[in-house]
Design a binder for this molecule. Structure first.
Ligand code: SF4
Length: 410
């Protein structure tokens, strides 16, 4: 099979790996691969963010070689080739199109073939970075060796100095984690489930603590105790993980408890959430697809934990451990806590300002800088600082006064 045919084959399933995609909001079910027989909806669909998705755009992306627009850890946008070394796999994860024994056309790249194929695309201006994962053949260690070999060829034989996100396979050894980190810009291990019990329901051959969590902990341990002087660019890579959401009844509390732990203890840059969609020919094929709004709320909540100083206790879980779908979790917290006790923008500390809906880390920085020189008295003053005043207005005081605002019509 030609390299381009292999990439096209893999590309139909790469929506399963959100990676650094610019739009981590849910992909509507109707634009998932038709060959996989997923239920269709209308050709255009309004995403939870309110944006109308153009199926033509995303179909073009899907039908391509697996190239997506991606946002880098520093905010730069690049064209990222998301692909696999092989779609063959000896494991049997219940949700996965590549699971062993499933009737599915497989393809495999050799490391030098993958490296050369990517480099050809890079030189042609088609791509600027690589996200490389793989099915598992002959164990996680042997598969990781192939991923490392590919990255090694790219860095040291072909002289590629751009972005490489390397997946770390379940069961990889510590030395392999270290070598991957020396070659990659970002590494990740997919935990899939938030704990041992949920992983067993999703992927019975994976071992949560030893095979998945341990490599993520090694990444942070290596960053803490070793100097990055043998890395390709003199810096340690960032690390991320990904969860399958809604396939086996796990709660948002379970997912966010593990996310919070990983942010604090394993130095993770980000946790990705992928709303479950049943794949025909898998044990979970009759389970319902997860509501894409849930994925969206989980992202919002995880950012509150990571960037906004929220604790798990601050999040508005219901008695089953789920977040409300109707309001974003920051707004739900503000409705419960700030309506009667608004935040005085001219005196509040950074932590309290971050609790106000519509004010993010950049807005807080602008406010703290501006108020050293003058009092902020009107909503227009916030607008001048780049903060849209519509959302914060009900929850703030400006120089002791509640600003006028138009309540949102329901
Ligand atoms: S290990 Fe599991 S999730 Fe990964 S490719 Fe194999 S079956 Fe799919």
């Amino acid at each position: 099979m030609e390299a381009s045919q292999k990439l096209q084959l893999f590309a139909t399933q790469m929506y399963l790996e959100p990676a650094e995609d610019v739009d981590s909001r849910p992909i509507p079910i109707n634009i998932r691969p038709k060959k996989e027989g997923l239920a269709g909806r209308a050709p255009q669909e309004v995403l939870p963010c309110g944006q109308v998705s153009s199926s033509r755009n995303i179909e073009a992306q899907r039908d391509s070689l697996g190239i997506t627009e991606a946002v880098m850890p520093g905010g730069k946008r690049i064209k990222l080739l998301k692909t696999l070394l092989t779609s063959a796999c000896e494991r049997n994860c219940y949700y996965c199109p590549f699971r062993a024994g499933r009737d599915y056309r497989r393809a495999t790249f050799k490391p030098d073939e993958m490296a050369q194929t990517f480099m050809n695309m890079y030189r042609a201006g088609l791509v600027e970075g690589l996200f490389l994962s793989s099915g598992i053949i002959k164990g996680g260690v042997a598969t990781q060796d192939k991923l490392i070999e590919t990255a090694d060829i790219l860095r040291h034989k072909l002289g590629f100095h751009g972005y490489v996100h390397l997946k770390i396979m379940p069961g990889s050894e510590r030395d392999q984690v270290l070598r991957s980190m020396q070659l990659a810009s970002r590494v990740s291990v997919n935990l899939e489930g938030p704990n041992t019990r949920r992983l067993q329901q999703l992927a019975p051959k994976k071992v949560f603590l030893e095979e998945l969590l341990q490599p993520l902990k090694w990444v942070e341990e290596i960053r803490q105790i070793q100097r990055p002087n043998q890395t390709w660019n003199g810096r340690w890579p960032s690390s991320t993980t990904q969860f399958v959401v809604g396939a086996v009844g796990e709660s948002d509390l379970e997912l966010l408890t593990t996310s919070s732990h990983l942010y604090q203890q394993a130095g993770l840059s980000r946790t990705y959430f992928m709303a479950f969609n049943p794949v025909p020919g898998t044990p979970l094929e009759n389970n319902p697809a997860e509501n894409p709004w849930r994925q969206h709320r989980l992202y919002q909540a995880s950012f509150l934990l990571r960037d906004y100083g929220f604790d798990l206790e601050d999040l508005p879980f219901d008695q089953d451990g789920h977040l409300p779908l109707v309001n974003d979790p920051k707004l739900a917290w503000a409705l419960a806590n700030l309506v009667q006790s608004p935040v005085e923008v001219n005196r509040a500390n950074k932590e309290d300002l971050l609790r106000v809906p519509g004010i993010g880390p950049k807005g807080v920085h602008s406010i703290l800088t501006a108020r050293r020189h003058r009092k902020l008295r009107e909503l227009q003053d916030l607008k001048a600082l780049g903060v849209n005043p519509t959302r914060p207005a009900p929850y703030i005081l400006l120089d002791g006064q509640r600003p006028p605002y138009q309540p949102r019509l329901l």
